[in-house]
Design a protein around this ligand. Structure first.
Ligand code: MN
Length: 240
């Protein structure tokens, strides 16, 4: 190949390469002009040390519950998101959209992530969760007779949930109510419902410590570990 032919070949090859790149990119841009960015759903840090709820909930239970179950839902959802219609949405947006779509795999994993984060935020080491604020205390007494009776009714609701699920203290249409949901169902998908506290009653929440004695777990958790300080903050924020 002489000098002139070689230069011609390089120039021609360069033009061909550029044309190929342009040709490959153009149709994609036309098909998805605003393709949403992928977003990684992050596992929030535990708000307490793994051993700090013992002896009501052991460090071993927290280690499996947070490190395997909660983290597992995060890993599963992040694996499904790329390329899906939910890529780029916030966790709350995924929960609401997947519920409406009846996209069970997305909903179950996303809702379980949210519910678990809310559960950890509903608990505190014994003696450090505070008491209900004056405003919350007044409405608790008016609604349930006493703070202690509210805790007892929350445990009772958890005990009655058949199979896996959650018990909730909620503000529904401006009133305090205690309800339970099954599997991954979450009050986040309902309008005018604001959760204050929840208790996880999937067996993985208590089986290492209490085996089949769910009532012993719910009684201990609701009497000793509820984070009334955070419940009061949520109550103030969502009713003002
Ligand atoms: Mn759980």
């Amino acid at each position: 190949m002489d000098t002139i032919s070689r230069r011609t070949f390089i120039e021609t090859a360069g033009v061909a390469a550029a044309a190929t790149v342009i040709g490959a990119e153009a149709p994609k841009q036309e098909e998805t002009p605003q393709k949403p960015k992928n977003r990684i759903i992050v596992l929030p840090k535990l708000p307490f040390a793994e051993n700090s709820l013992a002896p009501v909930i052991s460090a071993e239970t927290i280690s499996f519950h947070y490190g395997k179950h909660h983290a597992g839902y995060v890993a599963a959802l992040n694996k499904m998101l790329p390329g899906s219609k939910y890529a780029g949405m916030t966790l709350e947006e995924i929960i609401v959209a997947a519920k409406a779509d009846q996209a069970d795999a997305f909903f179950n994993n996303a809702a379980q992530i949210w519910n678990h984060t809310f559960y950890w935020d509903s608990l505190a080491p014994a003696g450090s969760g505070g008491k209900p604020s004056k405003a919350l205390s007044e409405v608790l007494v008016k609604t349930f007779g006493s703070v202690e009776n509210c805790a007892r009714l929350l445990a009772e609701s958890a005990n009655k949930r058949f199979g896996c699920g959650w018990a909730w203290l909620l503000v529904r249409d401006g009133k305090l109510v205690i309800e339970s949901t099954s599997n991954a169902e979450t009050p986040l998908t309902e309008k005018d419902v604001k959760p204050l506290l929840c208790v996880d009653v999937w067996e993985h929440a208590y089986y290492l410590d209490y085996q089949n004695r769910r009532a012993a777990y719910t009684q201990a958790v609701t009497e000793k570990l509820l984070n009334w300080g955070k419940a009061s903050f949520r109550y103030a924020k969502r009713t003002v």
